[in-house]
Design a protein around this ligand. Structure first.
Ligand code: NDP
Ligand code: MG
Length: 384
């Protein structure tokens, strides 16, 4: 089992479920980080006694420092503070569960400091895949997937004799709350409707990403990097029940699937304890209760985010960073009622078309493409 854990994004959906796993397995936590939810962070700090707590937002960091004055816990602030948590000397594994591009720099810092990284923050790999995977290789560390689909593939791959034996990867998608709707119907969709996911209980951004299927597009790119698999050998099938979390197909056309109830604590625990297995509080899957499993082709003409992400990964270079940056900016605009639901896909697709592939040689290149895509979205809707 792992030694010390540093947990970035501890107050979020993945973060709190990680602490549930950690609490049950008795894994020591040496660092916690969040944006500004200091009420929860204080509770977590008092329960898990980390040595360091990083708070991104300055005022919140000052307040937490005062509140924790009776302890020996160091409180750090901003991006520098977040990176300190990512490279905390005593950490053996860093679980990155912050949401968005802000997670890229801490991921790179953790790898630089030779920590294994359990990665939930998919935006990191989408925008910075080249840098992250190169650095991971150079430093000889592992990137362990937390995302349920990638964990499923990773689990199916245990025992794979050689990468050559593998034919394709099949990512499953729930289809979200609007599966089967037409483009016309999607124009009327409200944020409240989009925030209701049928199977998973997640943070707001990833829930909207699931509804637009941007999430599956991001996951396609994530799989491309994690498993070095060309994009035309990664298929996507809509599977409404979210029981089969993804599959692999070997050259002999034998397929292997990973199944379980939809509960993130299984993939979180596997990322932390790999290659070992431990008991889990997650309920057993009763196949007779599930009854039947269904599979459909995704509708890329209606859910254009998926099509945009495929274009981005085929174009390569900086295009995925543009897709991600445009989406991260468009989602809050939709939640604020400033753009319609299908506008998200249109903006992502246009941002991908505008971005030249270029070359990715450093973090600055990625941040520039990300900023350009964000500015494009804001300008397009007159929100700057
Ligand atoms: P949430 O919105 O629930 O949580 C986000 C976390 O990130 C919070 O702890 C938040 O802190 C923290 N955070 C945000 N900005 C910063 C910052 N600048 N510095 C430090 N911490 C920050 O998101 P989820 O847990 O749902 O998702 C996290 C990541 O995992 C995303 O990339 C998502 O795509 C991925 N993922 C999520 C799944 C899920 O089931 N939820 C499934 C698979 C992947 P605060 O609370 O203070 O704002
Ligand atoms: Mg997923």
């Amino acid at each position: 089992m792992t030694g010390n854990l540093s947990l970035l994004g501890s107050t979020g959906s993945i973060g709190t479920q990680t602490l549930d796993v950690v609490r049950k397995l008795g894994i020591p936590v040496c660092a916690l980080a969040a944006h500004s939810n200091i009420d929860l962070l204080e509770q977590q700090a008092r329960e898990f006694s980390p040595k360091l707590v990083a708070v991104y937002e300055e005022q919140a960091a000052l307040e937490l420092k005062k509140r924790l004055a009776d302890s020996h816990i160091e409180v750090t602030v901003g991006m520098e503070g977040l990176c300190q948590a990512a490279k905390y000397p005593e950490a053996d594994v860093v679980l990155n569960a912050v949401v968005g591009m802000v997670g890229l720099q801490p991921t790179l810092e953790a790898i630089e400091a030779q920590k294994n990284v359990a990665l939930a923050n998919k935006e990191t790999l989408v925008a910075g895949g080249t840098l992250v995977m190169e650095k991971a290789k150079q430093k000889g560390i592992k990137i362990l997937p937390v995302d349920s689909e990638h964990s499923a593939i990773f689990q199916c791959l245990q025992g794979c004799p050689t990468p050559k034996a593998l034919n394709r990867l099949i990512l499953t998608a729930s289809g979200g709350p609007f599966f089967g709707k037409t483009r016309e119907e999607l124009k009327q969709v409200t944020p409240q409707q989009a925030l209701k996911h049928p199977n998973w209980n997640m943070g707001a951004k990833v829930t909207i990403d699931s509804a637009t299927m941007m999430n599956k597009g991001l996951e396609l790119m994530e799989a491309f990097w994690l498993f070095s698999m060309p994009v035309d050998r990664i298929d996507i099938v809509v599977h409404r029940e979210s029981i089969v979390h993804s599959l692999i197909e070997y050259q002999d056309h034998s397929m292997i699937a990973q199944m379980g109830v939809p509960d993130m604590r299984i993939p979180i625990q596997y990322a932390i304890t790999w290659p070992e297995r431990y008991p889990s509080p997650v309920e057993q899957l009763d196949l007779t209760k599930v009854g039947s499993l269904t599979f459909y082709s995704p509708d890329e003409e209606t859910f254009t985010c998926l099509r945009a992400c495929k274009k981005a990964i085929r174009k390569g270079g900086l295009a995925p960073a543009a897709a991600n940056g445009a989406n991260e900016t468009a989602v809050p605009l939709f939640l604020q009622g400033k753009i319609s639901f299908p506008d998200i896909g249109c903006l992502v697709e246009q941002a991908v078309e505008r971005q030249e592939a270029g070359t990715v040689s450093c973090l600055e290149d990625i941040l520039q493409a990300d900023n350009a895509a964000r500015a494009f979205v804001l300008d397009s809707v007159g929100a700057r």
